[in-house]
Design a protein around this ligand. Structure first.
Ligand code: XMP
Length: 322
């Protein structure tokens, strides 16, 4: 068994040997894998690395700041943030079909990333390598191959244009998730980032049932922030795989709030326990925690007058609602 310190030393040497003095690009998603991969490459080759973070406007509260502020403070990484929220919201306007949303978000993401990569490459005098946070289970799943090949479509950087050929740097491809987390801690990354639950690339766009608008995003963001805050305070983060919070934007129900009748939207809590996201069970969270979350969301978030708990396993339900 290797210690994280040994893995770190070995990977730093391997990355230096591969990259030499060439320039490297890494797309950050806000997730653990790309954050650890980039920090590792930065440890090896410093400012030869530039990271790019696309804010598609479908992030949760505080996520962009976590990358721009905490992550940069912990690593010293050179980061370019692209604010593309208006572009994504524009492309998503009026769209409520789940697969169409996913396709639009994936397409726009590639376009924005491609433009950013071209801009950065020009500024840096050419970029030869692209860092990918591919883990061992991804390698096994996709049948092995390495090199300049296609990038798995379920990854956040959903595929790169054919005319932009990078060689891949995949420093995590022999590691499992728990080893990646340990490595992240050794690299000094913020705990909130290292311990983070999975979050889908299309973000809150697939957690609003109905079409995506700025107001609906604001509503969902506020409810989601309450859920995360209360779950962390109750110490249950380690007990769940993830907990999607979903806004049923096309549903309204009657309620009584304050002095009168309300006609607002439901928020769905979807806490799940899982080993690998292929199957999952709904997590039995403590009643008091659920009560507190419900009380706070209906009291603090405008437009929401009902909180419901999803008690479906996977299968038959998927973890996300879209
Ligand atoms: P489902 O909903 O299929 O989700 O049970 C399984 C796991 O995958 C995550 N997920 C995604 N992750 N891009 C991602 O990076 C995506 O498009 C995507 N869709 C679902 C989901 O959050 C869960 O962990």
């Amino acid at each position: 068994d290797w210690t994280p310190g040994e893995i770190l030393a070995e990977q730093v040497a391997a990355i230096r040997a591969q990259i030499g003095d060439a320039k490297v690009l890494c797309g950050l998603s806000g997730g653990v894998d790309s954050a650890v991969a980039a920090a590792l490459v930065h440890r090896a080759v410093g400012d030869q690395l530039t990271c790019v973070f696309v804010d598609h406007g479908l992030l949760r509260q505080g996520e962009r700041e976590q990358v721009e502020r905490d992550y940069v403070a912990a690593t010293g990484i050179k980061l370019v943030t692209v604010d593309a929220s208006e572009r994504f919201l524009g492309a998503l306007a009026g769209v409520s079909d789940p697969e169409t949303k996913r396709k639009i978000i994936g397409r726009e993401f590639i376009r924005v990333f491609e433009q950013a990569a071209a801009d950065i490459s020009e500024a840096e005098g050419g970029i030869r390598y692209l860092v990918q946070g591919t883990l061992y289970p991804d390698v096994v799943e996709s049948g092995g191959g390495s090199g300049t090949a296609t990038i798995k479509s379920h990854h956040n950087v959903g595929g790169l244009p054919e005319d932009m050929t990078f060689e891949l740097v995949e420093p995590l491809r022999t590691l499992f998730k728990d080893e990646v987390r340990a490595l992240g801690r050794t690299l000094g990354l913020p705990e909130a980032m290292v311990a983070r639950h999975p979050f889908p690339g299309p973000g809150l766009g697939i957690r609003i049932i109905g079409d995506v608008t700025a107001e609906r995003l604001e509503t969902l963001r506020a409810a989601d922030a309450i859920v995360r805050e209360e779950m962390t305070a109750a110490g249950v983060d380690g007990m769940i795989w993830q907990c999607p919070v979903v806004l049923l934007a096309d549903v309204r129900s009657v309620g009584v709030q304050g002095d009168g009748r309300s006609y607002g939207h439901p928020i769905v809590l979807r806490p799940v326990s899982s080993e690998d996201a292929m199957t999952a069970d709904w997590t039995r969270l403590p009643d008091e925690l659920l009560a507190r979350i419900s009380h706070r969301i209906t009291g603090e978030v405008d437009e929401v007058n009902r909180v419901v708990l999803d008690i479906t396993s996977k299968p038959p339900g998927t973890i996300e609602w879209e």
